[in-house]
Design a protein around this ligand. Structure first.
Ligand SMILES: NC(=O)C1=CN([C@@H]2O[C@H](COP(=O)(O)OP(=O)(O)OC[C@H]3O[C@@H](n4cnc5c(N)ncnc54)[C@H](OP(=O)(O)O)[C@@H]3O)[C@@H](O)[C@H]2O)C=CC1
Ligand SMILES: O=C1O[C@H](CO)[C@@H](O)[C@@H]1O
Length: 328
């Protein structure tokens, strides 16, 4: 059956001249966040070169431990890896401090990609203390109107300035941006059009209008939650299993190929080491198969991880106690 080289060997071109691996490993914490150290070591040994993290995941110090071990043992060098982190929207006022905290926890002096996690601004706590994003009545604690506010643009501009003025960041991008938010941002970009828009994307959530808009502006789509997050609902789709049987690969490899064969980056997550090792092949899905996968969610899209563009659900996922304090 048509089988390409490994997904871990494919890279895509970014609009700023850099390259990004087509497949990355996600680092939202499992029940025991310290397991992320072994997850990263397993993933890198299996061939993964892109590590997707964020200050908000509280796992950067464990990734730092893994990186130290991998570098010390000569498994990879810093320049072999593509490391992404993000600034959470309660630190919209100080992205560089957030970045410095991430760099310190990761034990590295630059990231390959720095993303604005969400195009909204939340109230931060005093003195760099992470602030719980929802009040006890479950209302989100916004610091700017989520619909009419434009402070989120200043945040992206500040991220651009970090790339322009320091050596701490190679590329800059966004996450969870809708077409509306991109249309507000793009005329206000100071130096660098975002290289990626990281969004929830899987066969049950096709978003051709957003994909087309991003392509027009040379912004790559990076697909998070490729199996729909915890519980892996997308893997229960019978057609995904059918394709896995046809190509002799895992169901995870089919949902990753759904993106990679269409030029989108996929960033799955697993705390199961066998699964991680069996996520790296790239079945070459044909046009009809890609189109059939796309059609699964057409007309009745399902968003599993965050509600549309962050107006609620994602913020219930809050582990403030474990997060690194961002120091002045
Ligand atoms: N920018 C943003 O706002 C967001 C970014 N992300 C990024 O994207 C990454 C991936 O998204 P995420 O939602 O975490 O992950 P996925 O969609 O990859 O889902 C991971 C979950 O699916 C389970 N799973 C995977 N394969 C199987 C299988 N074959 N059978 C049963 N269960 C399976 C895993 O369990 P197990 O551990 O047991 O394998 C895990 O609980 C994140 O880790 C993060 O880096 C995610 C959300 C939002
Ligand atoms: O990146 C993120 O991860 C959490 C949980 O999946 C989500 O709310 C946030 O956008």
């Amino acid at each position: 059956m048509a089988q390409n080289k490994f997904a871990t060997e494919i890279t895509f071109d970014l609009n700023d001249g850099s390259k990004i691996p087509a497949l990355g490993i996600g680092t939202v914490p499992p029940d025991d966040p310290s397991q992320v150290k072994d997850i990263i070591i397993t993933a890198v040994k299996a061939g993964f070169r892109l590590i997707d993290t964020a200050w908000y995941y509280g796992t950067e110090k464990y990734i730092g431990e893994a990186l130290k071990e991998l570098f010390d043992e000569g498994v990879v060098k810093r320049e072999d890896l593509f490391i992404t982190t993000k600034v959470w929207h309660s630190f919209w006022h100080s992205p560089e401090k957030s970045l410095d905290t991430s760099l310190s926890d990761l034990g590295i002096d630059y990231v390959d990609l720095f993303l604005q996690h969400w195009p909204i601004c939340l109230k931060g706590g005093p003195d760099g203390t992470p602030s719980k994003p929802m009040a006890d009545d479950e209302n989100v604690k916004y610091d700017d109107d989520p619909v009419t506010g434009t402070k989120f643009i200043d945040v992206y501009n500040a991220i651009e300035d970090i790339k322009a003025n320091t050596n701490k960041v190679r590329s800059v991008g966004v996450s969870n941006y809708s077409i509306t938010k991109l249309k507000q941002l793009l005329p206000k970009v100071k130096h660098f059009v975002p290289v990626v828009n990281q969004i929830e994307y899987h066969p049950q959530l096709p978003q051709q209008d957003l994909v087309d808009f991003c392509a027009e502006h040379k912004i790559l789509i990076e697909a998070y939650s490729p199996v729909g997050g915890t519980g892996a609902p997308v893997l229960k789709i019978p057609y995904v299993k059918e394709l896995a049987d046809k190509y002799g690969v895992t169901v995870n490899e089919i949902v990753n190929a759904y993106h990679i064969c269409e030029g989108r980056i996929a960033i799955p997550r697993s705390s199961n080491y066998d699964r991680i090792k069996n996520m790296v092949r790239l079945p070459k899905l044909n046009k009809e198969e890609l189109s059939a996968l796309y059609k699964i969610g057409e007309g009745h899209p399902v968003r599993y991880v965050n509600d549309p563009w962050g107006y609620g659900i994602g913020f219930k996922w809050w582990k403030g106690d474990t997060l690194s304090k961002i120091e002045d």
